[in-house]
Design a protein around this ligand. Structure first.
Ligand SMILES: Cc1cc2nc3c(=O)[nH]c(=O)nc-3n(C[C@H](O)[C@H](O)[C@H](O)COP(=O)(O)O)c2cc1C
Length: 403
């Protein structure tokens, strides 16, 4: 079952059912362009049917992390992108670029005044991480839509085989979809799905009918007054009707990071965090579905496919710690994921740090240097060295999104 091919609505074929989900590399240099380390990293995952890059930003004045790749007018870097695409599409592996705009989820040290659908700041502990945003004007909204379309065109031109819209995890598209974060009284607030629909349409226009476009979307935000499962399903059905090729189901945001650990009650019952939602979704759409988050056992993956909960298995952390994981699954080596809970050994630190992101990013950086991942890497030490490099970033001048 995991070995079976899958045909996408646009006619492209994925060679098997394993998807390496997006993991931000945070590895670009100050020019925000890819370099040979990206080629090394991505050539290790080509056994998967589909590999999705870490989020690539469409505006250099709106970054989620200091070392994101950016594709925008004047910053195309086509040669470097082509070399990355070539390395990651060996063995007929599909390699898609995930395009993103962080909106207000751009850290304080990167955005003095980030942008968002409405000028609503975070109320929780996130207040310390992100500045209060200003509201986007209509003109700026169209500019961002154009940026997604332009970046998609460059992605296609450089030889990647598809593109994914990052519509999940609390970034700008998620913010537009959420009644908690989008309180506009104009058409972008009256129909909160309009922004993502216009992005999809503009991208489709720029890449044509036969180039795959996927989307990663939350099954819900898991927040009071947030984007609900009903709304999520509604948006997916609209995009399916418009011809989107692949839907990746996830959930949560920085406010409720369930994409990394699921909701307690559901995860106790099953390993994949959003399995019930995906299963329900499959009853309503023919568009192929990738389910991501929590898959750890080959048995769990095969069951999810056999029970028609999803068409593809999305894997992130497992692939960062064992780049051969897809190969082992495909060759029926009855392997389970080596992913385990992480701890610094200090409860308070564990709460403050985004441990999972820091530790797994470090594994990606090892792979980019041609080293094997180190499953025994000390969590505390990894966090300390990451803090040091963030400290250096904080001292650099901050970009203003309105500049
Ligand atoms: C280091 C790291 C970086 C991530 N970056 C992204 C990203 O750029 N875009 C995205 O959609 N998800 C990102 N994620 C979330 C994963 O794609 C995935 O949804 C999540 O890790 C759950 O899957 P898993 O249980 O297989 O790890 C990231 C996860 C990790 C660990």
């Amino acid at each position: 079952m995991i070995n079976t091919k899958l045909e996408l609505p646009c006619g492209e074929i994925l060679k098997n059912r394993i998807v390496k989900s997006a993991m931000s590399e945070n590895l670009a240099k100050s020019d925000h362009a890819p370099w040979s380390g990206f080629n090394k990293l991505y050539s290790q995952w080509v056994d998967a049917g589909l590999v999705i890059t870490g989020n690539v930003m469409v505006d250099s004045s709106a970054l989620g992390e200091p070392n994101n790749i950016v594709i925008e007018k004047g910053r195309e870097n086509l040669e470097a992108l082509s070399s990355w695409a070539k390395a990651g599409t060996q063995k007929n592996c599909h390699l898609w670029v995930q395009l993103n705009h962080p909106g207000k989820q751009s850290p304080k040290y990167l955005s003095k005044v980030p942008v968002a659908p409405s000028a609503i700041g975070y109320k929780s502990h996130l207040k310390n991480m992100f500045n209060t945003p200003r509201e986007l004007s209509e003109l700026e909204i169209w500019d961002i839509i154009g940026r997604f379309a332009y970046a998609a065109e460059m992605v296609k031109r450089s030889g990647f085989t598809g593109v994914q819209i990052h519509g999940a995890h609390g970034y700008l598209i998620s913010q537009f979809l959420s009644p908690r974060h989008n309180q506009r009284s104009d058409k972008w607030g009256k129909d909160r799905s309009l922004f993502v629909i216009e992005i999809y349409k503009a991208m489709r226009k720029s890449v044509g009918e036969h180039f795959p476009i996927g989307i990663k979307l939350n099954s819900a935000d898991f927040q009071k007054d947030g984007f609900s499962t009903e709304e999520s399903m509604d948006v997916i059905l609209k995009l399916s009707e418009l011809g989107v090729d692949l839907i990746e189901v996830s959930g949560g945001s920085y406010e409720a990071p369930v994409m990394m650990k699921g909701k307690k009650e559901s995860t106790l019952k099953r390993e994949a965090y959003f399995l019930d939602y995906a299963k329900e979704l499959k009853k309503h759409t023919q568009t192929p579905i990738v389910l991501t988050g929590g898959f750890r056992t080959q048995k769990g993956m095969i069951e999810a496919l056999e029970n028609h909960a999803c068409d593809l298995i999305g894997l992130a952390r497992s692939m960062a710690i064992d780049p051969d994981f897809a190969h082992k699954l495909l060759n029926d080596m009855n392997v389970d994921s080596p992913v385990k809970p992480l701890s610094t050994g200090f409860k308070t630190l564990d709460k403050i740090f985004p441990l999972e992101i820091i530790w797994y990013t470090d594994q990606l950086h090892r792979m980019a240097k041609g080293k094997r991942p180190n499953p025994n890497a000390n969590v505390f030490k990894t966090c300390l060295s990451s803090l040091k490099s963030i400290g250096i970033q904080v001292l650099k001048p901050v970009r203003n999104s309105s500049e």
